[in-house]
Structure formats: C-alpha cells, structure tokens
Design a protein around this ligand. Structure first.
Ligand SMILES: C[S@@+](CC[C@H](N)C(=O)[O-])C[C@H]1O[C@@H](n2cnc3c(N)ncnc32)[C@H](O)[C@@H]1O
Length: 220
C-alpha cells in the first residue's frame, strides 16, 4: 500500500493566514509555541487556538472540559475566553505537563481559571460533576468515539463539542492509505460519522490545519 500524504490546507494559504495571525497578546504564547516547535509537541497551533477562543466567546462559555491538555496551550485560549470566575478543567496523563502548564498559565495570569487534573481524561470526566459549555477533545485518537459518547450527554443546550485532528492528515478520506495508525484513522472516521448523524447536534468540520469538528447541541 502507498503511504499517501495529503495537504489539507495549501501551504501558501496556511502561510498567509499565519502572517495575519502573528500578533501575540502575551509573550507566554510565543514561548509555548517555541517549545512545541523545539520538542515537536502537537499543540493545536495559532490558527486553531484563535478559533477556540472565538467559539467560546460566541456562546459565552464559562465552563470548559479538555480531554488531553498537554502543557496548556489550548487551555490558554479557552482560559482567555471564560473570563474571571470561569473554569477550564484540564486533563493530561503526564504529570510533567501539569507542571509546565502551571508555569506558563500562571505567567499569563490564567492559572486561577484552570483546574488541571493528572490522569486518564475519561476517568476524570466521570469524576467531575455538572454540565459544560464546551467539551474539547484532543486526547489519543483511538478513544475519540467513546469520548464523544460520554461528552455529548453533558453539553448544555447551545453548547459545543470541539475535537481536533478529525481529518487526520487526510487519511480519513483515503480507504487504502497505509497510515501510521490505522486503528486511529478508523476511530476518527467512526467519531465523525456519529457526530454528523446525531439528530441532537448541528455539526461541521472546519478544515483548518488537521481538521476541527464543531458540534452544537440544539436548543431544547
Ligand atoms: C495533542 S496533545 C494535546 C495538545 C493540547 N490540546 C494543545 O493544543 O495544547 C495530547 C495530550 O493528551 C494527553 N493524552 C492523550 N490521551 C489521553 C487520555 N486519554 N487521558 C489523559 N491524557 C491524554 C497526552 O499526554 C498529550 O499531552
């Protein structure tokens, strides 16, 4: 089988969009991005980060749950959006990521809005009470269908489910691609199908970077 490499966004367009989004409101953002570049850590990046903040502000989000927070880059954007008194529940299996997130997000003045739990995100979600304005999924891709099924139950009317990497290098669209993790591709396809056929949600895929799905729970 061929290993097919697909460009989701033409690099020239991607570059143009980045030039427009270069401005940083806080030096910590640049530090977080530099760290990702140096360590090849898969953060969502500037273009998706900006969109997360805007989606959250558009629905007046005050409480967000993140499945897979890394060292807090996506939480930086949600933290800005939820405002003082808002809460971003972060989860990550690696305790070192929590330490690093604390340093970055405290420097940005956002740590007070964050509750960062170390462990398996799905378990932490089960142990956390209440509903959310946004559930954001960026955990290991094999768990995507199950995370959707648990998260959808606890998103308020008009709230959002957002997941990153739903086009997965384009492999979801190519049946016989010899991708690095075929089980993950299969899981993402199932995840996307479940969401797009769910009668209680309106959903679309924004083909920015690696694809971001946004699903809004219909109003009762
Ligand atoms: C793609 S990175 C997250 C990046 C982050 N959302 C950002 O853009 O800044 C995925 C992270 O989720 C963590 N992770 C993956 N699956 C997990 C799970 N089921 N429970 C907890 N952490 C998980 C990994 O340790 C990794 O740090």
């Amino acid at each position: 089988m061929n290993r097919i490499v697909l460009m989701i966004v033409d690099p020239i367009i991607e570059h143009y969009m980045h030039t427009l989004a270069r401005r940083s409101d806080h030096p910590v953002l640049d530090e977080m991005e530099a760290f990702a570049l140096e360590k090849s850590f898969p953060i969502v990046g500037r273009l998706v980060g900006i969109s997360l903040e805007i989606y959250a502000k558009m629905i007046g989000a005050r409480r967000v749950f993140e499945f897979g927070s890394g060292y807090g880059y996506s939480a930086y954007w949600f933290g800005r959006a939820v405002g003082p008194g808002g809460q971003v529940v972060c989860t990550d299996s690696n305790p070192l990521n929590r330490e690093q997130a604390e340093q970055y997000l405290a420097a940005a003045g956002l740590w007070e809005r964050v509750r960062f739990c170390t462990g398996y995100a799905q378990d932490i979600f089960g142990q956390t009470d209440g509903n959310f304005d946004i559930c954001y999924n960026d955990a290991d891709k094999g768990g995507y269908p199950d995370i959707w099924l648990m998260a959808r139950e606890r998103i308020r009317s008009g709230g959002l489910y957002i997941a990153d990497n739903v086009l997965w290098h384009g492999w979801v669209a190519v049946e016989d691609s010899a991708d690095a993790k075929p089980d993950w591709t299969k899981a993402i396809r199932e995840h996307n199908r479940l969401i797009l056929t769910d009668p209680e949600f309106d959903a679309f895929i924004n083909p920015t970077r690696d694809g971001v799905i946004v699903a809004r729970r219909k109003m009762a």
